[in-house]
Design a protein around this ligand. Structure first.
Ligand SMILES: [Zn+2]
Length: 578
């Protein structure tokens, strides 16, 4: 410094002074509310400043006022709560949009309700056009249909209503579907048709298919539907796919979701989503698991892996596999038979060798391996495969591999989540919507010891995430948050309440823990300086309000990367869903 010519050192000193006085100004300030940050170092504030797509500071109104200049947009919270943007920890992004383009049967209270919706659709559909629906659940009906087989409705009523249109209605769980006579003929299904491995075609006492297809047997119908859509022009297909994405984005933003972890998309659809993200058409940050044919994996995994692309809106980081089905349709793979179906231990829907092959590919290409396992047997098999993979490759721990759902666990396996650093990727809302049949399916001991054991898992040191498995359940994070902190059913009974989370734990499970489960906790999941300004503003303080008000809470603003992407008072006018 001593050698520096005088004029240069003067400039240097001047610039130092100028810099120390340069106050970074905020593009956006939220103030006059309660900011719950999920940052233990600075848990709460009144105001928050944003510059560009990042958080500048969280503090008191007074502290944040210094970042305001005439160009700053001010959002008055008026006492409302702002939290880190919710992260949907396990959903199906394109499926979310597609579910808005088909019959929504989730509120049907009887098979007659379902039939009525089909009838309305038939009235306007040209002959031969497929009628698609989703969301029916026989356990949620007040009135049982006249004809039931094994507890499931038969096709005759809907075949009569829709003689000229194939009808395909997917169960709420996604693990079973219903088809009418026309659809079964389109799929060339008869009494002689054998179900593929890991699936079942329900047949009556005469060996005639009743219209119900479980697990992999659904592919017989989805294949027939796909070959009908294959006749569409490329342009029509692209238009429908883009429409589904647009509707999924809208659904996320209206529900305060700023990031979405997609539980399984094909290479082709990943390419489409990537292009749309690059064009700025997806205002929600995606983290995607690849799900595709095993034969395609080796060649495509390396070139598909991508991280924090398109301004942190697009990451492909996981490989997805489903090892069993769901509990509702007796598809969860159990160690011991079902209490209410003693002939069955559920279904193993993919060979264990496939899981081992994918585990090796995940290690080779640097992916997280994310395996759907619901029953205690499926969970044990996955933990065994994970453990063996980690032992073989000790240098690349931790991998943060995930078990998707992890719903029913044998007590011996619970501590293994913490020991192995395996993420329990769970959905609060599944607990209370499935609770009506869990005891029936599993009996008291298995339910008490291992059903949705959030506290036991967290005490084992495991990270437990949250979400909805949308479109299996509605994406609404407040319904899942409510289920997580109450475990309360519609009739008011609580399902093993000792396992519920505190509100702080539940918020963390929906934000920072989800970020952790995707190696993203350095950029999102809490409100702290330097992180992405992804924020949700709520109409009520869900951290302190009476329990029954949680579900009435509205999303007032969804802010993604510092931009108000949803404002309840000024919803963006997007075309109504078809
Ligand atoms: Zn799922």
């Amino acid at each position: 410094m001593r050698c520096l010519p005088l004029f240069l050192s003067t400039i240097f000193i001047f610039s130092l002074v100028a810099n120390s006085q340069a106050q970074p100004f905020a593009d956006l300030v939220l103030r006059g509310g309660k900011i719950v940050t999920v940052d233990p170092a600075n848990p709460q504030g009144e105001a928050l400043a944003v510059a560009g797509d990042r958080i500048l500071a969280v503090g008191t109104d007074q502290e944040i006022s210094k970042f305001i200049n005439p160009q700053t947009t001010i959002l008055e919270l008026d006492g409302r709560l702002a939290t880190p943007g919710f992260i949907e920890g396990h959903g199906h992004f394109i499926g979310t949009g597609q579910s808005k383009m088909m019959l929504d049967l989730s509120t049907a209270e009887s098979w007659d309700d379902v039939a009525e919706q089909v009838q309305t659709a038939v009235a306007v559909a040209p002959p031969g056009e497929w009628i698609i629906g989703r969301g029916w659940h026989q356990e949620k009906w007040n009135v049982k249909p006249e004809r039931l087989y094994d507890g499931y409705p038969t096709h005759d009523k809907i075949s009569a209503i829709s003689p000229n249109n194939p009808v395909l209605l997917t169960h709420a769980s996604g693990h079973m579907c219903f088809a009418n006579d026309f659809a079964m003929r389109e799929a060339s299904i008869s009494g002689n048709t054998e179900a593929p491995a890991g699936g079942e075609i329900l047949k009556d006492e005469n060996g005639t298919p009743i219209g119900i297809f479980r697990e992999t047997a659904q592919t017989l119908l989805s294949g027939a539907y796909a070959s009908s859509t294959a006749k569409q022009s490329d342009k029509d297909r692209d238009r429908l796919a883009e429409r589904a994405v647009e509707l999924a984005v809208k659904e996320c933003l209206e529900n305060g979701i700023t990031s979405f972890q997609d539980a399984g998309t094909s290479f082709a659809n990943i390419a489409m989503l990537k292009e749309m993200a690059e064009q700025g058409k997806i205002d929600v940050r995606l983290w995607i698991m690849v799900r595709d044919h095993l034969a395609l994996m080796e060649d495509n995994l390396a070139r598909t892996k991508i991280s924090r692309h398109a301004d942190n809106f697009f990451t492909v980081g996981g490989i997805k596999l489903s090892l069993d089905g769901a509990l509702g349709p007796h598809g969860a793979w159990l160690l011991l038979p079902y209490e209410d179906l003693p002939s069955s231990e559920g279904l193993n829907t993919a060979p264990l060798e496939t899981a081992q092959t994918l585990a090796a590919l995940a290690i080779k290409h640097g992916y997280q391996f994310c395996v759907h396992a619901i029953g205690d047997r499926a969970n044990r098999e996955v933990l065994d495969i994970f453990e063996a993979s980690f032992e073989k490759n000790p240098s690349i721990m931790p991998r943060r591999w995930r078990i998707e759902h992890a719903q029913h666990l044998h007590p011996d396996d619970i501590p293994r989540f913490g020991q192995l650093g395996v993420i329990a990727s769970m959905q609060g809302i599944h607990c209370t919507s499935d609770a009506v049949f869990v005891l029936q399916r599993l009996g008291l001991r298995r339910s008490e010891e291992g059903a949705y054991v959030w506290q036991k898992l967290m005490q084992s040191g495991a990270v437990v995430t949250n979400g909805t498995d949308v479109p299996v359940e509605n994406i609404n994070p407040l319904a899942s948050f409510y289920a997580t902190v109450t475990r309360k059913l519609k009739d008011g009974t609580e399902f093993f309440p000792d396992q519920k989370m505190s509100r702080a734990e539940a918020l963390k499970s929906y934000t920072l823990d989800c970020a952790y489960a995707a190696f993203e906790e350095d950029i999102k999941g809490s409100l702290e300086a330097g992180k992405l300004a992804d924020i949700t503003v709520l109409s009520k303080d869900i951290m302190t309000c009476p329990e029954n008000e949680i579900q009435d809470t509205k999303i007032d603003y969804t802010i993604v990367g510092g931009k108000v992407a949803y404002d309840r008072m000024k919803p963006k006018s997007k075309p109504a869903s078809k």
